[in-house]
Design a protein around this ligand. Sequence first.
Ligand SMILES: CC(C)(COP(=O)(O)OP(=O)(O)OC[C@H]1O[C@@H](n2cnc3c(N)ncnc32)[C@H](O)[C@@H]1OP(=O)(O)O)[C@@H](O)C(=O)NCCC(=O)NCCS
Length: 155
Amino acid sequence: MNVRAAAAGDRDALARVIASDDTFRPDEVAVALELVDLALAGSTDYELRLAVDADGAVRGYVCYGPTPMTRHTYDLYWIVVDAAARGLGVASRLVAAMEDELRARGAGHVRVETSETDGYGAARALYARLGYPEASRLDDFYAPGDALITYYKRL
Ligand SMILES: CC(C)(COP(=O)(O)OP(=O)(O)OC[C@H]1O[C@@H](n2cnc3c(N)ncnc32)[C@H](O)[C@@H]1OP(=O)(O)O)[C@@H](O)C(=O)NCCC(=O)NCCS
């Protein structure tokens, strides 16, 4: 498994990775694809790193970018691994590659936001495993019973 930057021709493969997940609602899929499109169009606000098999198949991606109005904080906006490739360390590789890249630029922190619903349990476990401390929890933020959880890691 290699991690590489994205190119315009990756759009369909990224859309397939997103579609492999049954957690995302249609509006979430639309936002994920919007960020992919902005990054592929060359926006400096959103960057992509792709996990690619030995045969070239895209197995997952992470989308991140500089947090507006901060000097050196970044947001991890989205991370998705193809449903058929989970539990193999793909997301861990992607986050490590992102962190290496950000450290090389002198970044200070990474912020990640997620939901407390069951569908995001794997994501919460991933962030905990990779040393992202929970920094805040806003109860009932997304909906009654669905908190916004923020993780905040010093690089
Ligand atoms: C969250 C997600 C990216 C994890 O990808 P992955 O490649 O399977 O994760 P990894 O194999 O690197 O797992 C790393 C660690 O995360 C934790 N983890 C990952 N999936 C887990 C699960 N289903 N249950 C419990 N812990 C899990 C484990 O601690 C694991 O370490 P271990 O294998 O040593 O126990 C993947 O499940 C996914 O795409 N989910 C849907 C999209 C999503 O929720 N994205 C985040 C919000 S945008």
